[in-house]
Design a protein around this ligand. Structure first.
Ligand code: HEC
Ligand code: HEC
Ligand code: HEC
Ligand code: HEC
Ligand code: HEC
Length: 350
């Protein structure tokens, strides 16, 4: 017993540190989850990958150009407007009883673990004190409590480490309460009516308020929010619903982007929606049921992107693939996305 005791608690600090280190390494490892087993497959497809990379490089340049342009605009005196917009969102948020995350989407993502972490840590420290002070059987009761608390702490650290840089469950308040449930389900409006670039572009895009006006010159009141939210469309456009004139100064709207990949990742909607025939819901979840948009999936490299690429067959009726011969492949074999370069680092990383 004494020996076990020595092993467990002799030089406690160093052992605690060692276990903590093990935990962190495991979390970091689980987060990466990289495998490159398929990358030697397609020498023939190298060209394709290079083409994609070149295209991405061009697109990054374009992207950077627009973002510097935006930054410049902001520097050149757009800041007061931004501050005003922020203030406005703050005051209106209070009155928005109807703008809530739908119950069905509440449990998504790692959640806020701060309080459970503090509690588990306190329990652990108290038990640790008990172990030092107590003798005999009581000591083992404290050891048990400490181990349980330690288990909780490890679980929380793992969950948090996994979620680093990811945003599953993120559901920010938007400047205008826009409900996909009201528009896509109740009024049956097609996703691509508003997100017009999803089929042709890298970004699906968010519609400009002019698109809203196709309907909202007529629909001036909602059954849930009354006139309050629709009036904000008019306000931003400088539109006067009484005179039906655009006679006031317009101010740009700043939707909060919900889905974000790190800057080192390249993602293209057209590749998936048009060429890959992947439904919006496979990546975004049931958006048509959301009254506030939530990031539904954990956009993880291994468990999300690569998992699908390893299982999903490409659409071989796409005439583009007629020009490709697939090594070691018989007629009728399923060609998964990783076999056309979908698991090569350079396909997704700059
Ligand atoms: C009437 C226009 C309209 C329709 C129809 C529509 N959306 Fe949207 N969508 C918007 C607007 C405006 C936003 C930005 C505000 C927000 O995030 O709530 C948005 C945001 C989104 C976002 C989050 C974008 C981000 O910031 O990361 C996703 C994903 C999305 N829509 C998917 C869909 C899908 C899938 C459908 C079809 C089921 C759909 N939308 C139908 C107007 C529309
Ligand atoms: C294969 C997965 C996938 C599919 C399918 C998909 N999206 Fe996305 N979507 C993403 C990812 C990943 C992002 C974040 C992109 C980024 O940060 O660059 C995103 C971002 C968005 C955004 C935010 C603005 C933008 O374009 O970056 C909107 C809006 C959106 N998607 C709508 C749609 C709609 C509508 C469809 C269906 C027509 C769709 N998406 C299909 C993965 C997907
Ligand atoms: C194709 C027509 C159409 C388009 C485009 C459209 N809407 Fe609507 N919108 C409607 C209809 C119909 C209603 C339902 C009114 C009701 O509640 O009966 C509505 C309701 C609303 C409501 C109030 C919801 C409620 O029930 O209280 C808001 C806010 C709103 N829309 C904002 C927008 C915004 C912002 C855009 C542009 C991004 C937009 N709409 C684009 C047709 C449209
Ligand atoms: C639900 C399945 C699915 C998910 C999830 C998915 N993809 Fe894809 N992806 C596809 C399909 C299918 C294709 C093949 C399209 C084609 O035929 O060219 C593809 C192709 C690609 C390509 C082009 C590969 C090449 O070399 O030709 C890139 C890059 C890519 N995806 C990136 C991503 C990233 C980044 C993510 C995660 C954020 C992701 N994908 C998530 C299904 C998916
Ligand atoms: C299908 C697309 C895709 C491919 C192929 C891909 N990655 Fe990633 N990678 C991603 C996405 C998306 C992220 C960011 C999301 C996340 O944290 O997992 C990412 C994140 C990373 C990170 C940061 C780790 C982290 O957790 O933040 C590293 C490092 C990385 N990738 C290396 C690689 C290497 C090396 C390869 C080739 C063996 C590779 N990737 C292939 C999509 C891809």
């Amino acid at each position: 017993m004494k020996k076990i005791n020595m092993f467990l608690w002799g030089n406690r600090i160093s052992k605690f540190g060692f276990v903590l280190l093990l935990m962190f390494s495991y979390a970091a490892f689980a987060n990466g989850n990289i495998s490159n087993e398929n990358s030697n497959f397609g020498d023939e497809f190298l060209n394709l990958s290079i083409a994609t990379t070149q295209q991405s490089a061009a697109q990054t340049a374009a992207h950077q150009a627009t973002s510097t342009a935006t930054k410049k605009l902001q520097l050149e005196g757009k800041k007061p407007a931004k501050a005003a917009a922020k203030k406005e969102t703050k005051t209106t948020v209070k009155k928005r009883g109807y703008d809530k995350i739908d119950d069905a989407f509440k449990g998504i993502g790692p959640g806020n673990n701060t309080i459970p972490f503090i509690i588990a840590l306190l329990v652990f420290l108290v038990a640790f004190g008990g172990i030092i002070k107590m003798k005999g059987k009581k000591k083992y009761a404290f050891v048990l409590v400490a181990l349980i608390a330690f288990g909780f702490i490890s679980k929380i650290i793992y969950t948090e480490a996994r979620a680093l840089g990811r945003q599953q469950g993120y559901a920010p308040v938007q400047p205008i309460w826009f409900s996909h449930e009201v528009h896509a389900t109740q009024n049956g409006i097609d996703c691509e009516y508003c997100h017009v670039d999803a089929r042709t572009g890298r970004h699906a895009g968010v519609p400009s308020l002019e698109v809203c006006m196709n309907c909202h010159t007529q629909v001036k009141e909602g059954s849930i929010s009354g006139k309050q939210e629709i009036a904000k469309i008019y306000e931003h456009l400088g539109y006067n619903p009484e005179t039906m004139q655009y006679d006031k100064p317009a101010k740009p709207i700043e939707w909060v982007k919900v889905h974000n990949l790190p800057d080192h990742v390249y993602f293209n909607h057209a590749q998936h929606v048009q060429a890959g025939k992947v439904a919006c819901q496979e990546c975004h979840g049931p958006v048509e049921k959301m009254n506030r948009v939530v990031e539904y999936e954990e956009f993880a490299m291994g468990d999300f992107c690569l998992k699908c690429h390893r299982e999903r067959g490409i659409d071989t009726s796409n005439p583009y693939y007629k020009h490709y011969k697939f090594k070691d492949m018989k007629e009728g074999d399923k060609i998964t996305v990783d076999k056309i370069g979908g698991a090569d680092c350079s396909s997704c990383h700059y």
